[in-house]
Design a protein around this ligand. Structure first.
Ligand code: PAF
Length: 283
């Protein structure tokens, strides 16, 4: 396993493999790797000849009052973890390497969903994500890239960007990895106190209860939504949003769901000062 810090050196390292037609897989991360990232790395190692894990805490996707400064950083442990799962390279550029002229003037953004759901509460977040992901695609020229379904809106926007801009890369969705308690794995779980970690189980519990109600025949959007909200509030969480949306276009449902509707519930909630996101597909 080699840690590569410069764009030029990553390009030079990958060139011979690419010339031989080897498949390169990219796993974009911000570090503080956990088993959720592990599932992405394993999927890439299985599909591809070479796996590159990028570890870059991308400042332009964080708002002023967000957790950029306290986000956990441990490059060496991340590299060891990635190596233990068969990754070949960790690409860990500095901010100056990725943005040598300061914040980029050219940004990739979507025109419709960047202000909804997570985007409504994190202005500028998705354009920061789409911009850095585009850069990572162009730098690595990877054939495959792996993203977790926990960041459902992010994944949707990346897939859409790849189609809209004809990136020559295949995007793979990897299901959410949960702790045995049901809590969706996230680098931000480290911020939770022992009590908050217990309380936060209300998110996955509420999502599962809503799915059970749906499978038992409940089709009222506000009734299904309320099940999740109630679970979080009863556990002292603060709901940021719970939305019942279409898996194919992320547009909100209202009223009564039809049998053909493809439903996913998106949630963001605070436990203490920690913002967590999660989701569940019904069908
Ligand atoms: O999901 C993340 O960790 C980040 O948003 C990503 C995709 C690595 C871009 O910085």
């Amino acid at each position: 396993m080699q840690i590569i810090k410069s764009i030029e050196s990553l390009r030079e390292t990958l060139k011979p493999f690419q010339r031989e037609g080897k498949k390169v897989g990219l796993v974009p991360t911000m570090g503080a790797l956990h088993d959720g990232h592990g599932a992405l790395i394993k999927a890439s190692v299985k599909d591809c000849d070479i796996t590159v894990v990028s570890v870059f805490l991308n400042p332009i996707q964080f708002g002023r009052n967000e957790d950029l400064d306290k986000y956990p950083k441990r490059l060496e442990a991340d590299a060891n973890f990635a190596a233990s799962l068969g990754a070949d390279y960790v690409f860990a550029p500095s901010v100056a390497e990725m943005y040598p002229n300061g914040d980029p003037l050219t940004l990739v953004r979507d025109e419709s969903l960047e202000c909804l759901y997570c985007g409504a509460y994190r202005p500028g977040h998705f354009r920061g994500v789409l911009t850095v992901v585009s850069k990572l695609f162009l730098i690595s020229k990877a054939n495959h890239a792996y993203f977790g379904e926990k960041d459902y809106q992010q994944l949707f926007l990346i897939e859409r960007m790849v189609k809209d801009l004809n990136f020559d890369i295949e995007i793979h969705r990897v299901p959410i990895v949960r702790e045995s308690t049901g809590l969706a794995m996230s680098s931000r779980n480290e911020y939770l106190s022992v009590d908050e970690r217990k309380q936060a189980l209300a998110i996955s519990r509420g999502l599962n209860e809503a799915k059970e109600a749906y499978l038992a025949g409940e089709r009222g959007v506000s009734k299904l939504r309320d099940i999740v909200v109630k679970s979080i509030v009863l556990s002292r969480g603060q709901v940021q949003f719970v939305e019942i949306v279409n898996q194919n276009d992320l547009q909100k449902y209202s009223g009564v769901l039809k049998p053909t509707d493809k439903v996913v519930v998106l949630v963001a909630a605070f436990f203490g000062k920690t913002r967590l996101i999660d989701n569940i597909e019904f069908n």
